[in-house]
Design a protein around this ligand. Structure first.
Ligand code: ATR
Length: 282
């Protein structure tokens, strides 16, 4: 029950109406008996700074940050965790005594999901499909976790080049290359789709013809609606191990909760419960 002692949390972004974050966090608050509530606020770029001051003043305990604020929010925080600083984006804010500290749990959620599939990124060869905001966070995360080489494939070459240049300066020990269709046949350890291809309502699209992929490549799609994207369906049909986008969504949320409440959660168990719960909503 919401009462005078309920702690408040929110997602801020634009748009936020379709987000599953309120459902996920309120489910967890109930399950862990936290007297907390989570809502979503549409905040425009122009209002971001004043809104953050407002959340701190009112006494919100934490925020999640989504498009289009994950990078620009960093200018308005009192402190940024070293890992989020390296990634160059913040998706979680903890507010204590009116001070805002930024974290990045997208990356940590991704790594946790890979760990659950016994995949250690260290020394691996990965192909990132896309070069937008999500691709940037994911490529940086994989590079920081020790990937040997990162290949980028994107429709717009200019964006691929910008991402490549940024990765090379941040990750001097990682091989970073852009590929066209010609090099899809290489035996990547992991291919991760960060584009919106395959996402509802464009469910019949995908970035890559699976038949070109050889070897024991694991396929990961960060699209979670639909659960089974065309990319993953074809991957399964061709004998690849696949990882569903819902895992990253759930684990980034659970890592945010660990930060807000300063406690470890059984993320696997809670993740399973959440996944069943979300099946009905997606
Ligand atoms: P996000 O923050 O979710 O990554 P974004 O920054 O807009 O969103 O990036 C979207 C990604 O999906 C980009 O890599 C984009 O390719 P472009 O850089 O060429 O725009 C990719 N994408 C979106 N629609 C696409 C389409 N129809 N075909 C190929 N790539 C597409």
């Amino acid at each position: 029950m919401i009462d005078a002692n309920t702690d408040l949390y929110a997602l801020i972004g634009d748009p936020v109406e379709k987000s599953l974050s309120p459902a996920i966090h309120n489910y967890c608050f109930k399950a862990t008996k936290e007297n907390s509530a989570y809502v979503a606020h549409t905040i425009t770029v122009d209002n971001l700074e004043i809104a953050l001051k407002g959340f701190a003043t009112i006494g919100y305990k934490g925020l999640n940050v989504t498009i289009p604020h994950k990078v620009n929010v960093m200018s308005y925080l009192d402190e940024i965790d070293a890992y989020a600083d390296k990634i160059g984006a913040v998706n979680t804010i903890k507010i204590e005594s009116g001070k805002l500290k930024g974290y990045n749990t997208d990356g940590l959620g991704l790594l946790f999901s890979l760990e659950q599939h016994q995949f250690d990124v260290k020394d691996k060869k990965v192909l990132v499909l896309g070069a937008g905001g999500a691709a940037r966070g994911i490529a940086m995360t994989l590079g920081l976790a020790g990937a040997k080489s990162i290949f980028i494939k994107n429709r717009t070459m200019k964006k691929a080049v910008e991402l490549k240049d940024d990765l090379i300066s941040a990750l001097p020990d990682t091989i970073v290359e852009i590929i066209g269709n010609g090099r899809l046949v290489e035996d990547y350890d992991l291919i991760i789709n960060t584009t919106s291809l395959g996402m509802y309502p464009y469910i019949h699209t995908r970035q890559l013809d699976i038949q070109f992929i050889k070897g024991k490549t694991i396929l990961y799609d960060i699209v979670y609606k639909p659960h089974m994207t065309k990319f993953l369906k074809e991957g399964l049909e061709n004998g690849h191990q696949v990882i569903y986008g819902i895992e990253m969504l759930i684990y980034q949320a659970l890592v945010s909760e660990e930060i807000w409440f300063d406690k470890k959660m059984d993320k696997v168990q809670m993740g399973e419960a959440l996944s069943t719960f979300l099946e009905e909503l997606i």
